[in-house]
Design a protein around this ligand. Structure first.
Ligand code: NAD
Length: 319
């Protein structure tokens, strides 16, 4: 039986990944400073603690693992990473976690480590045109991420890749693009656009309006959680180190996304665009490299994923 350590196993992607690893018959140890919020963990062992603390990290690495998945990070949607209020915490907390983990992976001779970076590493100057953003993997430099969260991800990508070069650590680095789906944060300030819009519409009365940050013309692509987990799986079982985009190429404006959700809800909702944190004007995954390296790319329709997510958030709002 293969062994896996999932860091950030109490979070959105981590808790879904643990389920998949269990289906694949792994022994899974999950670690987080909180339990998954919406369902019981599928991990064989779940340890609560703070990965910023070196001694705690040494305790969880008391054995070797075939695979480590490093998903723990201080993160959130636009309301968390673009206001500037959380920048120091984001950089300090996430770097410390990665510094602790990467070193222990070498010490404990970990077979392979997956690190989740982000589309937020891409330079703001390539994402000013909402209809034509550039996010190919090789466009990350000269670096100019639009948030401190992006800068930390860039630093940690380099950290893992340098450990690969200097200490022969077997790493996989992925850049996730806006992952969404059931059991993701949907309120409280850390939620992303799809969940926030689903919540606003689920809470709204028919024939009313919802507020959408910015002019709504900013574009993004969103990847359904099952496809993200499949991408992680494919990457871990392939031999390309990365960085590799794991995202959808189905770009949509935020106002169009809101309209899609309103249609799914069956309510007549109008959109009121208001000032708010928005990030870059346009962003879309570029899946040329993933197709080439893994002979696979995500192809789930946005609307199918949004339907599932809306129904789940509607239930949360009611209960
Ligand atoms: P999430 O916030 O749901 O999960 C992260 C988990 O890390 C949380 O459960 C949190 O409690 C845990 N954590 C944070 N600090 C910790 C600490 N000091 N000790 C122990 N646990 C700690 O986020 P997610 O959406 O599941 O994202 C997983 C990873 O993917 C993150 O690294 C994130 O930056 C990256 N990512 C996510 C997206 C996305 O759209 N969700 C996009 C790009 C990158």
């Amino acid at each position: 039986m293969k062994t896996a350590l999932v860091l950030g196993a109490g979070g959105f992607i981590g808790s879904h990944l643990v389920k998949r690893l269990k289906q694949e018959n792994y022994f899974v140890k999950g670690v987080d400073h909180k339990h998954p919020e919406f369902s019981k963990t599928a991990a064989d062992e779940f340890i609560i603690g703070d990965l910023r603390i070196q001694n705690f990290c040494a305790e969880i690495f008391n054995q070797s693992f075939d695979e480590v998945y490093q998903l723990a990070a201080d993160m959130g949607g636009a309301g968390y990473i673009f206001t500037g209020d959380n920048d120091a915490d984001v950089m300090y907390n996430s770097s410390l976690i990665n510094l602790n983990v990467v070193n222990l992976c070498v010490e404990k001779k970990i077979g392979k480590i997956f690190y989740s970076s982000s589309a937020c590493v891409y330079p703001a100057y390539n994402q000013e045109d909402p209809d034509n953003p550039k996010c190919s993997e090789d466009s990350a430099y000269p670096a100019a991420p639009d948030s401190e969260y992006g800068w930390e991800k860039l630093f940690s990508e380099r950290l893992y890749l340098n450990y690969a070069r200097n200490y022969k650590l077997n790493v996989r680095v992925a850049r996730f693009h806006n992952i969404f789906g059931p059991e993701g944060s949907w309120k409280g300030g850390k939620e992303k656009a799809p969940a926030a819009l689903c919540r606003k519409i689920a809470e709204a009365k028919n024939e009313s309006s919802i507020e959408v940050w910015g002019d709504g013309k900013q574009t993004r692509s969103f990847l359904f959680i099952d496809e993200c987990v499949e991408g992680i799986w494919k990457m871990m079982n392939g031999d390309f180190e990365g960085p590799l985009n794991i995202g959808s190429e189905e770009m949509i404006s935020i106002n169009e996304l809101a309209k899609m959700i309103a249609e799914i809800s069956g309510k007549n909702i109008s959109i009121k665009n208001i000032a708010g944190p928005t990030g870059v004007r346009g962003r879309n995954s570029d899946n040329k490299l993933i197709s080439e390296k893994l002979n696979w790319k995500p192809n789930y329709l946005l609307k199918t994923g949004i339907e599932k997510t809306y129904r789940w958030i509607e239930e949360q709002v009611k209960s």
